[in-house]
Design a protein around this ligand. Structure first.
Ligand SMILES: Cc1ncc(COP(=O)(O)O)c(C=O)c1O
Length: 358
């Protein structure tokens, strides 16, 4: 059990929050968790009012990008209890990212304890179940040595803040296969949730936007045939009666939503395959009338339906979203679990105990 020092804000911003109008990622809750890594251990565990950091110009993160993060959601069940879904998976993935980026582990008990305590304190920032929003939880770690020279930092900060977010309704997206730039290759950092991966993805995404697409489908270089991910989500296709997704073999982020989807699908007796997927096979399925659905899977949107995929001269236009059984079912299942409306037969939901105030 880790001891966390709590300094509460004297000036809560909660009264100014309108749960029906929250822009994604711009509103931050009252408190944040901070811990400092020095002398080989995490010290000075604290919850403080949400605030800025001051930063030395030679802070190593600014130069060499030793920074990793996670993203998960806390929801409120219909009974009003704060809930987290599979938080231990995020803890494990943070530590896997840390290994790849030469950073220290955050012990699982510290990670989970800090999130629970932070959310227990700021639970009123979780949108109520009937508003359909959630509290986005952002744990992250970054190097804090003040040094110019490429080597692992000796000191780090581990921080968790939270943002209330509204229901995430995104329109179905138009995608294009990316055949010049790559997001990741085996042996690089694609499997880690490291800041630099996202910086590297911006330029190709901007070029695609200029061409009228919402995002790119990343493919494996140098052939640009094997499919990896879409933007910042894992990819799923429904071909005939089978749901397929690329296997995670080193260059793809091991999405927790992806993992949950595979489990849900299997438990419902729906055929799934996690394997290498090539774009030619998708085009062929489309031309045969067998490509029923395609969607991205990730924490933020849960399911992001794909309206069309353009590959060279072929534009594959998918059926209307209302007709898509699998993607819509998966989103309803995850939303239902988060709201406590679907029985948690998977053992994924963890309730956060909120101290009773009198
Ligand atoms: C590159 C990338 N792929 C996939 C995902 C989906 O992962 P998850 O389902 O754990 O949110 C994310 C988001 O975290 C991502 O950044």
């Amino acid at each position: 059990m880790y001891k966390i020092k709590v300094s509460k804000t004297q000036d809560s911003r909660l009264p100014s929050l309108d749960f029906t109008q929250i822009p994604f990622g711009k509103v931050f809750s009252d408190h944040m968790f901070v811990a400092d890594y020095r002398n080989g251990q995490w010290e000075d565990l604290r919850i403080v009012p949400f605030q800025s950091f001051s930063m030395h110009p030679a802070n190593m993160t600014l130069h060499y990008s030793q920074t990793i993060f996670e993203g998960m959601k806390a929801s409120k069940s219909v009974k009003g209890s704060p809930m987290l879904m599979r938080p231990e998976m995020h803890s494990r993935r943070l530590n896997a990212s840390a290994d790849r980026m030469c950073m220290p582990h955050v012990p699982e008990a510290l990670f989970l304890g800090a999130i629970q305590e932070l959310i227990a304190l700021d639970h009123q920032w979780i949108p109520p179940a009937d508003v359909e929003g959630s509290l986005y939880v952002r744990p992250y770690m970054f190097a804090t040595d003040e040094f110019i020279g490429v080597k692992p930092s000796q000191t780090y900060k581990f921080v968790i803040f939270t943002c209330p977010v509204g229901a995430y309704y995104s329109k179905a997206v138009d995608l294009v296969t990316e055949q010049e730039y790559v997001r990741a290759v085996n042996g690089l950092t694609g499997e880690a949730k490291a800041g630099g991966n996202y910086a590297a993805s911006l330029y190709p995404a901007e070029l695609a936007k200029k061409r009228g697409y919402d995002q790119v489908i990343w493919m494996e270089s140098p052939e640009f045939k094997k499919i990896q991910e879409v933007g910042t989500m894992n990819l799923f296709f429904v071909i005939g009666d089978t749901v397929i997704t690329p296997s995670t073999t080193g260059a793809i982020l091991k999405g927790i939503t992806r993992d949950s989807f595979l489990t849900i699908l299997k438990s419902k007796g729906i055929k799934t395959e996690a394997r290498d997927i090539y774009i030619d096979e998708i085009v062929e399925a489309y031309l045969d009338g067998q490509l029923k659905e395609a969607f991205g899977a990730g924490t933020a949107a849960v399911v992001s339906h794909i309206a069309s995929i353009t590959h060279n001269d072929t534009k594959m236009t998918l059926p209307p979203v209302a007709e898509r059984k699998i993607g819509n079912m998966l989103k309803a299942e995850i939303d239902g679990l988060r709201a406590g409306k679907v029985a948690d037969t998977y053992g994924w939901m963890q309730e956060i105990k909120v101290p009773v105030t009198v």
